[in-house]
Ligand binder design. Sequence first.
Ligand SMILES: C[S@@+](CC[C@H](N)C(=O)[O-])C[C@H]1O[C@@H](n2cnc3c(N)ncnc32)[C@H](O)[C@@H]1O
Length: 183
Amino acid sequence: MIFLLMLLIILLIFLCIVLVTMTLSVYGWLITSAPFVPVKNHALKYIIDALELQDTSVLCDLGSGEGKVLLAALESNPHVHVRGYEIGPVPRMLSLFRLRKYRHRSKIYNRDLFKAELSDVTHIFLYLYPSVLQKLEPIFDSQLHQGVRVVTCDFTFPNKKPISVIDMPHQGKLAKKLYVYIW
Ligand SMILES: C[S@@+](CC[C@H](N)C(=O)[O-])C[C@H]1O[C@@H](n2cnc3c(N)ncnc32)[C@H](O)[C@@H]1O
């Protein structure tokens, strides 16, 4: 009898976790301007190389997902500071867990990426739809200081010319190219 009761409690806890995760995922999907598709692992080395981070760099990932790029940046340089903006509750929770060792050098904001604080950033990474990049372009024009290095994955800004395009070895359609811009 006790065994059955315990089994029932475990089942109920499991169902609650599934329900909460699903609700948060659907909520996140409804409020975001680009879906939660983390960048592929094979691309991380290329992204870090393309960013060319220095000891004094402040990297911002707008739509930072589960924090993969931010973690790779923190691990690549012991001085770099990183900042993420992530509106989806599930990826944000995952990223806070991933970056837990680096709280002194990282901050993840639960805020719309269009309201990001950009005045002090030196590097930006974006893996977002072209329609989002189109809206960000005038915001960057007015808010970024000169010389900010911006790296985008797979998609480009409509009016800005990249200084370089990097081909990445890939399987499938995702994470094929990186575009590097100097603002
Ligand atoms: C394609 S994923 C990229 C994730 C991460 N940058 C990476 O490369 O692994 C886009 C992310 O942007 C987030 N996002 C979309 N619209 C957003 C918004 N308006 N404000 C903040 N985050 C947003 C999504 O929840 C998703 O996690």
